[in-house]
Design a protein around this ligand. Structure first.
Ligand code: AFP
Length: 346
């Protein structure tokens, strides 16, 4: 007689997983589920381009700079357009915002606007493209706040605490999609031979014991006293703790992903090196917010050094923030050092 395979032998595609999550929300209409499928498709399309990254027609800079004043690579432009074009006509989104675009991105008039909002960083870590280092796409979905018509800037400027879905795609040795809809963090690996994302990392919990710290130590000279002392603490220089090994890729998605699985902290503090980064380098809306939402779902924490990233109300699309993210006790330790050494007492 035929017997059902045990749970650990089940092959769970992303479609099957999302549908089973949807079933635990009887009120769900399936729209959010479809947005996730759309984003999985985005991942497959961008991955198909990044794996061809060494090819001449893809590589090379466009010669333009993005709204942050940074050099834009060809693949950024491609990924940016791809995310928009795969989502502009579905009737599921009211508006989008991308790290690569100055203003909000409206849905073309011929399509009806939907009830969700998508904000994204199409290709994080793009300065690494030339060197075949892992890069990623970060995405986040909110419910629209406006009631009808085209989505607005206010629809995009929401606290990360109100996110409905956050996730990222990482294009590395393999392509992975990691997401949370507030019911745990789940990771899927793309099987390129069949073109499917399969569940490989169910219900990710970041290990309690940190294994790494990740920061661009080259900028230490430009940090505040609190951040410097916190780093010395991580290195075990106070002799109370054993030092942690440093791992820094310079692609936040890749650094975050490693620390999520291995345990650790990533930080990019404010610095005095670059006038643009006195408020930190990371973008609240496209990078810090979504990753902080994921971190919290995995038992970690994201902070700007003073408060939870999830509670910060964005006031502009490209707002930057200092970021400390990963194991909760370490992030709280960073807050402690900052409180002690950096905050001006009244
Ligand atoms: P790019 O997309 O311009 O490469 O920036 C990536 C990023 O925002 C983040 O992914 C990295 O962690 C960080 O910058 C690296 O910045 P540094 O090169 O200053 O360390």
């Amino acid at each position: 007689m035929f017997s059902q395979p045990p749970d650990h032998e089940k092959i769970i595609t992303i479609e099957r997983h999302i549908l089973s999550e949807q079933q635990s929300h009887p009120e769900a209409t399936g729209v959010l589920t479809s947005i996730l499928y759309d984003l999985a498709l985005v991942g497959k399309v961008i991955a198909s381009q990044t794996t061809r990254g060494g090819l001449a027609e893809i590589l090379g800079r466009t010669g333009n700079t993005n709204v942050q004043g940074e050099q834009v690579m060809k693949l950024d432009v491609l990924a940016d357009r791809m995310v928009y074009r795969l989502n502009d006509h579905t009737g599921r989104l009211a508006v989008m915002a991308s790290e690569e675009q100055e203003g909000i991105m409206n849905i073309p008039e011929e399509y009806s606007p939907g009830k969700y909002v998508l904000v994204y960083d199409p290709l994080d870590g793009s300065s690494n493209i030339d060197y075949n280092v892992s890069i990623g796409t970060i995405f986040a979905v909110y419910r629209r706040k406006s009631h009808s018509g085209p989505g607005t800037l206010d629809d995009c400027l929401q606290k990360a605490r109100d996110l409905v879905v956050a996730g990222y795609l990482i294009y590395g040795a393999s392509t992975m999609l990691v997401y949370t809809s507030g019911m745990g963090v789940h990771g899927f690996t793309l099987d390129p031979s069949v073109g499917e994302f399969l569940l490989t990392h169910s219900n990710i919990h970041t290990p309690q014991q940190a294994k790494y710290y990740s920061v661009n130590q080259g900028y230490e000279y430009y940090w505040s006293e609190g951040v410097r002392r916190f780093t010395h603490f991580l290195q075990g220089r106070d002799s109370l703790t054993k030092g942690l090994p440093l791992r820094y890729i310079g692609s936040m998605v890749a650094d975050f992903h490693r620390n999520l699985l291995a345990g650790g902290i990533f930080y990019y503090p404010a610095d005095t090196k670059d006038p643009r980064y006195t408020q930190g380098k990371m973008r609240l809306l496209y990078e810090a917010g979504p990753l902080a939402f994921i971190a919290e779902q995995a038992g970690g924490y994201g902070s700007n050094g003073m408060q939870s990233i999830l509670e910060i109300q964005p006031t502009s699309l490209h707002q930057r923030t200092p970021l400390f993210i990963g194991n909760r006790p370490l992030v709280e330790k960073a807050e402690e050092f900052i409180r002690q050494y950096d905050l001006v007492r009244e």
